[in-house]
Ligand binder design. Sequence first.
Ligand SMILES: CC(C)(COP(=O)(O)OP(=O)(O)OC[C@H]1O[C@@H](n2cnc3c(N)ncnc32)[C@H](O)[C@@H]1OP(=O)(O)O)[C@@H](O)C(=O)NCCC(=O)NCCS
Length: 178
Amino acid sequence: MRINGPHGYWVSDDRSLIDVRLVHQWISGESYWAAGRPYEVMARAIEHSLVLGLYTAAGAQAGFARLVTDRSTFAWLCDVFVDAAHRGNGLGMFLVAAATDHPDVAGIRQVLSAEPGRSIYRRLGFGEFASPQRWMERTRPGPANSEVSSAPPGIAPWITPPEIASPSPQAPGAGREG
Ligand SMILES: CC(C)(COP(=O)(O)OP(=O)(O)OC[C@H]1O[C@@H](n2cnc3c(N)ncnc32)[C@H](O)[C@@H]1OP(=O)(O)O)[C@@H](O)C(=O)NCCC(=O)NCCS
């Protein structure tokens, strides 16, 4: 899917066009929500998300947005970023509108997390949770990464490594010196 926008800019949902190193540089180095996110985490997140790239007329990537979604019931909009050199021209609005209107998610519940006071999202229909008391969060320790588990691939995050597991109560008599 390709959508043409202002000044020759365009948005595409073609994952193969994404410059993963550039997106990692933006999100890891310049975002307030995922500073220090490892490259492998960013690459894996892109691989498993609906991703949108914003491009100049010449094809250089100028922005990025990601939707974590099952494309059926729920979508989480995150990692919205426009390169600093391209900001203030309506491209953030264009990119987020392209994301929220994407045919795979346009008709389903969408959520996001952002600093209070951002105007862009409200103008596209986002508001407070209707039932905030129903939402819960389970945070996980990681390198300044609040959005994706930082556990290395292959290690189930629910398994506590043995070296930091707390000692289990000993059976009666066990461990006593004779
Ligand atoms: C937010 C961001 C994507 C906006 O990109 P942009 O191309 O400058 O956006 P636009 O020119 O379309 O401006 C859209 C509106 O968003 C507002 N805006 C500015 N910074 C914003 C922000 N961080 N989040 C949401 N809206 C923002 C602008 O004031 C403008 O509102 P206005 O029309 O009422 O003046 C860009 O500033 C950016 O990438 N910032 C760094 C990363 C970030 O903060 N991402 C958003 C995470 S919530």
